[in-house]
Design a protein around this ligand. Structure first.
Ligand code: NAP
Length: 349
């Protein structure tokens, strides 16, 4: 039975966080506890159970919420909106049931970002079990799809690398017909791979190290290409290489765009300035200055820097985000704000 229609602007939203014991779930909870329009009523995880303040002592004296096993029945009773901070393949099991019960859902996993089940299955190696909802999920990048997100019941929150890459490339992609090639050189802190223990993420392995991984075979490449193609109105491909930085949080993408006809630094800067004129979370740096991870860490900002080669045919764009905030939880809250009619920046500035 669908929930009764809510007058969101005049009511407090009851929110649930599934996967609260993970990095993005913890981040969603932290943001929601400070959000003036939200009451968190339900938190759940897979194996991790008990008081949230014991799982993450940072929540001591901030909440008495207790993490329990997933229960569709309980969540439907207690919530208006649910954040799914679950591994891919798990979200697509829960989302259809929550949506059917009338809840709004923001999925942080990759399960609904790729619109073709076959592409998902190729890159993620699993069969998609909820293809019916693939086209219902709105891609939650507000800077490009704000109108669709407003009032949507279901949002597929973008990946962390794709957020930094698409925001960094969008103004050029949307306006230039002479793009010859795009290289995305992406670097992320270790929390990008989640809280689950693996050897790669051990301090002794990552500290003092820097390495490329999944070179030209990272699953975020098709996501970036899908939305850049949509923006360009034609098939657009990229060369994507991911790297692991020995830091906890943050992404810096350096993107190289080769143009046939060329552009000056002032022209490209004006283009970006106009494109992002009204955006509360995109900060364009002046020419000659580049974004840094430490300036966006723990914020929902995406900082962008620009430079052009002397022959005007190579544009270098740098973009920096916090993978757990603009790359995940912050963007998810930004999407929820739009979905329920709150001010888009509520709880995020
Ligand atoms: N980390 C990032 O920077 C980032 C950015 C954007 C998007 N994402 C996406 O967001 C989702 C969550 O990522 P994360 O980094 O927060 O992961 P994480 O730290 O590994 O947390 C995963 C959460 O899901 C639960 N879980 C684990 N296995 C499960 C299963 N088989 N069935 C149901 N629940 C299970 C865990 O509960 P237990 O503690 O009980 O195991 C935990 O609460 C992923 O799909 C990821 O790709 C992550």
């Amino acid at each position: 039975m669908p929930n009764k229609e809510l007058e969101y602007s005049s009511k407090t939203i009851r929110a649930g966080v599934w996967g609260v014991s993970g990095y993005t779930g913890r981040e969603v909870l932290g943001l929601l506890l400070k959000h003036p329009g939200v009451r968190v009523t339900d938190v759940a995880a897979n194996n991790t159970q008990g008081p949230v303040a014991e799982i993450f002592p940072e929540f001591l004296n901030r909440t008495t919420l207790v993490c329990h096993p997933f229960s569709i029945k309980e969540t439907v009773k207690k919530c208006d909106v649910v954040f799914l901070a679950l591994p891919h393949t798990e979200s697509m099991k829960a989302a259809p049931k929550l949506l059917k019960a009338g809840l709004k859902v923001v999925d942080l996993s990759a399960d609904y970002r790729l619109k073709k089940a076959q592409v998902y299955e190729t890159w993620y190696g699993h069969r998609h079990v909820d293809t019916g909802n693939l086209n219902k999920a709105v891609y939650g990048l507000p800077e490009l799809f704000r109108q669709k997100i407003k009032g949507a019941a279901f949002v597929a929150n973008p990946g962390c690398y794709p957020t930094a890459a698409i925001l960094g490339l969008a103004p050029l992609i949307a306006t230039r017909k002479d793009i010859q090639s795009i290289v995305v050189d992406a670097k992320s802190g270790i929390s990008g791979a989640g809280r689950k223990a693996t050897v790669d993420k051990l301090f002794a392995e990552a500290n003092g190290n820097f390495k490329a991984y999944k070179v030209l075979s990272h699953q975020h490449a098709p996501e970036i290409e899908q939305y850049l193609s949509q923006l360009a109105g034609r098939a657009t491909s990229i060369h994507f290489v991911a790297h692991l930085l020995p830091i906890t949080r943050g992404i810096l993408n350096t993107m190289y765009v080769h143009l046939e006809e060329g552009i000056t630094a002032n022209q490209v800067h004006s283009l970006y300035k106009k494109f992002y004129k009204i955006e509360p979370f995109v900060r364009l740096h002046p020419l000659g200055r580049q974004p840094e991870i430490k300036n966006v860490a723990n914020t929902n900002f995406c900082d962008i820097g620009l430079a052009v080669s002397p022959d005007k045919k190579l544009v270098v764009i740098t973009s920096a985000i916090d993978n757990l905030v603009k790359g995940a939880a912050g963007q998810a809250v930004q999407n929820m704000n739009l979905m329920v009619g709150f001010n888009e920046t509520e709880g995020l500035l």
